[in-house]
Design a protein around this ligand. Structure first.
Ligand SMILES: *Cc1c(COP(=O)(O)O)cnc(C)c1O
Length: 403
């Protein structure tokens, strides 16, 4: 695997593996894969390998035996009833809740934790809105590494917190939001206390590229018109764009789908700047939304995400918490697919863009549904009807059924 790590802003090569930003311009980093050995091949040549992250090992900057929990290979559901409800030609859901810890973060962690071992690190850490910590805790356990996670106090969904603690991470909640926690972890990593596995670590998005590769493989390489991502810290949408650019550069595909990002209305710095036509953004001070996984005011990969959207003719939009919950329940009750609120933002975004006329009813759209419904049982219970409790008799239960 030949690759170089470069500053995404100024293009300089960065040799020090413990840098997470460009020493010259503070720009974010990116892995540039040397794909020359794949020239003359096609995506079909990978088809004999099992679907999952490591099918795409040629595109990943790892030379050693991976730390894997068999991540990826998640279902792509053709949601015909949802498509009918929304009035669109075709709507697929890539269900990332089916990953080992229940979110797409596992795709990045298998690569990131393997990298940590290659570098001889003993302690890994991250700031997280929840899923990154759950995922890192599991992969660190598998690898035998100590794991430290920083979470915003009181704003982490119960399932995610339980997972991080269950897998034996040192779980620390900080008084502040995700952006504050990330700042502290960055400083700890600079000081050498830990190897940081947030998505500003350029190895994380490399693993997340495979989400987009799988979508294309599952559609037998018939490109969708649009891929829609919920956007928080903004690495995932950029990873998908980077992925398909790599396939495009090899001639494996002949165009790119429109990369479309959805933020929560209370946490939408990139949507705001997209509306102004800007390539940069101003952070939101006090981000707030029920979709805690995307409750991020200062997205570390924000500029990259905007590039992905502009370069492919996509859009950024935002949706309210009500729209998110509505989409979450509609998907559950029409299709039997359970996703967490942040994931449902992608669907709610499609509905809104259709209503506005931004998305055409003739399009074939794929929504990336990033995490499992069980991650956040509290929002489910808060939005479901009441439990029915009766005497243990047939009559009483019949009355309850008919009520
Ligand atoms: C991390 C996460 C996101 C946001 O991904 P970014 O790369 O930060 O934009 C969305 N949904 C879920 C469930 C997540 O865990």
């Amino acid at each position: 695997m030949k690759y170089t790590v470069r500053c995404w802003e100024c293009g300089r090569e960065v040799d020090d593996p413990f840098q997470y930003a460009c020493p010259h311009c503070q720009g974010s980093l990116s892995v540039e894969m040397d794909l020359s050995h794949l020239e003359g091949t096609s995506a079909h040549d990978l088809r004999s390998r099992p679907l999952g992250v490591w099918r795409y090992g040629h595109f990943l900057p790892i030379g050693s035996e991976p730390v894997t929990l068999q991540e990826g290979g998640t279902p792509l559901y053709n949601c015909r009833k949802m498509a009918g409800e929304y009035g669109i030609r075709s709507l697929h859901v890539k269900f990332e809740g089916a990953n080992p810890t229940g979110s797409f973060k596992d795709r990045g962690m298998t690569v990131g934790v393997t990298r940590a071992l290659e570098l001889g690190c003993k302690v890994v850490g991250c700031a997280s809105t929840g899923n990154t910590s759950a995922s890192l805790a599991a992969y660190a356990a598998k690898a035998g590494l100590k794991c430290v996670v920083l979470l915003p106090t009181g704003k982490v969904a119960l399932g995610k917190l339980a997972q991080a603690m269950f897998f034996g991470a040192k779980v620390i909640t900080v008084n502040g939001n995700f952006d504050d926690a990330l700042r502290v972890v960055r400083e700890l990593s600079q000081a050498g206390d830990l190897y940081m596995l947030n998505s500003v670590n350029p190895f994380r998005p490399e693993g997340q590229k495979t989400l987009a590769f799988e979508i294309l493989d599952q559609l037998d390489l018939r490109l969708p018109d649009r891929i829609v991502y919920p956007v928080g810290n903004a690495a995932n949408i950029w990873a998908g764009y980077k992925a398909l650019r790599e396939w495009h550069s090899l001639g494996w595909i002949d165009r790119l789908p429109m990369f479309t990002g959805v933020q929560a209305a209370g946490s939408a710095p990139l949507t705001r700047s997209f509306a102004l036509g800007d390539r940069d953004f101003r952070p939101v001070e006090d981000p707030e939304t029920i979709a805690t996984a995307i409750r991020i005011g200062n997205p570390a990969s924000g500029r990259k995400a905007l590039r992905a959207v502009y370069d492919t003719g996509g859009v950024m939009t935002s949706v309210t918490d009500e729209e998110i919950v509505e989409a979450q329940f509609l998907l559950g009750r029409k299709e039997g697919v359970g996703v967490e609120p942040a994931s449902a933002a992608a669907l709610a975004g499609v509905r809104k863009l259709l209503d506005e006329g931004t998305v055409d009813r003739d399009e074939r759209v794929v929504c990336v549904c990033t995490g499992h419904v069980l991650k956040d049982p509290d929002t489910v219970m808060a939005n479901c009807g009441k439990l029915l409790r009766t005497e243990a008799t047939v009559e009483a239960v019949r009355r309850a059924i008919d009520s």
